[in-house]
Design a protein around this ligand. Structure first.
Ligand code: ATP
Length: 323
């Protein structure tokens, strides 16, 4: 295999750049020609494929986002779109592809593998909802961004004796919310994986108020049954039951931006390098991931068939610590 391409797809995640850099440089070191596909599968279908050199990936390790850009491509979900993508890969003489992205992107990668094209996936999504890796690229940085915000919100919450509902990203997963709540010392967390009774939550907030807490932080996962605005609406209608005045902060896209953390840079570097090594040894249809501290390849089929469970021990611990 002499000509490899790299693409980033789906939602961007901090650390995609160090993964691109590592994959490109390891492949070049191994004697390959390397190409970057712009704008994910959309750019692949358009044939937007450019040569990469060790210099063209210089100065990006510390940058958030992705220099290859990313996109969501409805066309690639169709058979015709995927055939066009394969045609463009063949026209450019590409023999193997590294796909860096989340669950949707890796589902697309599996489709290419099923068509007989060699492809290896790298997990990059701030949601941390992928099996086959303890951590996906971007999660640690997003968590630190959420924490920074929670720390600041706590200062103002304490000054005014307020309860803040802080909504974090994570799609259908409560991972980011749970870990942000534990590391941020929040009083409560609302996640999609656990049913939340709003009356009970209100009573618990009231208890915290009566116990003399100067603030209460409730971290809400965006995919939970009730979002932060809905919970706030409920609280406002029952203000006399709670004690605290309530406010909402939705962190939104700031969680996707920013320089990747040391953890994300190292993880991305190891995974980008491992993806190329897997392709060069003839593997395809696999995702490289961090499993109990080691880099391992797992079949995409198995990764995509599994639902990552929320760590319920961590959830219970968070409740104990919110005294
Ligand atoms: P994140 O979860 O971080 O937002 P993601 O990779 O899961 O990232 P998606 O928007 O779900 O983001 O998927 C990205 C792209 O992958 C889609 O726009 C589409 O081109 C491709 N894709 C997703 N699902 C499929 C599928 N079932 N078949 C083929 N391609 C798919």
């Amino acid at each position: 295999m002499k000509r490899l391409a790299i693409l980033t797809s789906g939602g961007d995640a901090p650390g995609m750049n160090p993964a691109i850099r590592a994959a490109a440089r390891v492949a070049i070191y191994r004697g390959c020609q390397v190409f970057g596909v712009k704008r994910g599968y959309a750019g692949l279908i358009a044939g937007d494929i450019e040569p990469m050199t060790p210099r063209s990936v210089g100065g990006i390790i510390q940058r958030g986002g992705t220099v290859l850009q990313t996109a969501r491509s409805p066309e690639f979900r169709t058979e015709a779109g995927r055939l066009e993508a394969l045609r463009k890969l063949n026209q450019a003489g590409i023999e193997g592809l590294v796909v860096i992205g989340g669950g949707g992107s890796l589902t697309g990668a599996l489709e290419l593998h099923r068509q007989g094209f060699p492809v290896v996936g790298v997990p990059a999504t701030i949601d941390n909802d992928l099996a086959g890796t303890d951590m996906a690229i971007g999660v640690d940085t997003a968590l630190n961004t959420a924490l920074d915000a929670i720390d600041k919100i706590k200062d103002t919450a304490s000054s005014h004796q307020r309860a803040f509902l802080v909504e974090v990203m994570g799609r259908d997963s409560g991972y980011l919310a749970l870990m942000a709540s534990i590391a941020g010392g929040a009083e409560y967390v609302v996640v999609p994986e656990v049913d939340t009774d709003l009356h009970r939550l209100a009573l618990e907030l009231r208890d915290a108020y009566v116990r003399g807490k100067t603030h209460a932080i409730v971290v809400v996962a965006e995919g939970a049954k009730y979002n932060a605005a809905a919970i706030d609406h409920f609280f406002k209608a029952n203000q006399d039951q709670i004690g605290f005045e309530t406010r909402v902060t939705t962190l939104g896209h700031i969680q996707r931006g920013g320089a990747p953390s040391a953890f994300d840079r190292i993880l991305a570097t190891r995974l980008g390098a491992a993806a190329v090594e897997e392709l060069l040894r003839g593997a395809s249809g696999v995702m490289v991931g961090l499993v109990h501290g080691e880099i391992k390849a797992t079949s995409l089929e198995s990764v995509l068939a599994q639902q990552k469970e929320l760590d319920m021990q961590a959830y219970e611990l968070g409740r104990i610590l919110a005294q």
